[in-house]
Unconditional design. Structure first.
Length: 263
């Protein structure tokens, strides 16, 4: 009798483990599909993702091969590439109204900062997300005398992210007004904490906006020296052309000033 009980327990444990594995694989597929479906609706650019893995037992997971495309009119292949990112969440929160993510760690992303010295690709994507966040928020703005929109039958899940860290990244600076000349500089560490703490949490759109705001700000600041260096190089190359060289340097200097006044 004792042996039968032990065998039943072993079978139960094996089946439970297989069940958890299958559910985890299913969740990874669902998350991947969600990112590639909802992401472009927020950013208005293509988003690709190689894989997502998640363990329901430990709450640990990973994201691999994230590529965020560029808005129309920009020439570089992508705006953001992240080969890998790890995350840790509270497993039980997956079945509640608010998913609690304890940490997200994005390792060595590659950011492309493409600018014409007036606008840049990251600010365009951010503007798209900010517009989407306003539409998808819990309380969208309404015009005077306009009836309030009907409430959704089922509210979307909220998020809480305790720690969001981006390390080891680099920025590829590309200036379209200089024929696409480029330079690579380090991306400063980006560390966000206490996102969505409290009962209301944070929406996926708002979280995306906060992260993109931090990336765009860091990219603009880190790229300032590279933009100036590329401008000086262009001015030197134009010396033999007389006034055109001076004009090039002046336009670069003016453009840099315009970029940073916005920040």
């Amino acid at each position: 009798m004792k042996k039968i009980v032990i065998r039943i327990l072993i079978v139960f444990v094996v089946l439970f483990g297989l069940g958890m594995l299958l559910v985890s694989m299913f969740l990874g597929t669902v998350i991947k599909k969600g990112v590639q479906t909802v992401g472009p609706m927020l950013t208005k650019v293509d988003i690709k993702l190689d894989s997502v893995s998640l363990s329901l037992l430990s709450g640990s997971g990973s994201v691999k091969g994230l590529v965020v495309g560029n808005p129309e009119g920009y020439k570089t292949p992508s705006a953001i590439k992240a080969g890998s990112a790890s995350l840790a969440l509270r497993p039980g929160s997956l079945f509640s109204d608010k998913i609690v993510i304890k940490s997200v760690n994005v390792q060595a992303p590659e950011i492309t900062f493409e600018t014409n010295l007036k606008d840049n690709n990251l600010s365009k994507i951010l503007a798209n997300v900010e517009a989407a966040a306003g539409v998808t928020g819990d309380k969208p703005a309404t015009k005077p005398n306009e009836p309030a929109p009907a409430k959704e039958a089922k509210p979307s899940k909220k998020l809480q992210v305790d720690d969001f860290l981006i390390t080891g990244g680099k920025i590829h600076v590309s200036i379209t007004t200089l024929g696409g000349q480029s330079m690579t500089v380090p991306l400063p560490e980006i560390h966000l904490t206490a996102l969505g703490q409290g009962p209301d949490g944070i929406t996926g759109a708002e979280l995306t906006k906060r992260v993109l705001q931090a990336i765009e700000k860091a990219a603009v600041q880190a790229s300032s020296g590279a933009v100036a260096d590329l401008g000086n190089q262009a001015a030197k190359l134009g010396k033999d052309l007389g006034k055109s060289g001076t004009d090039a340097a002046g336009k670069i200097t003016e453009g840099i000033g315009g970029l940073f006044k916005k920040k």
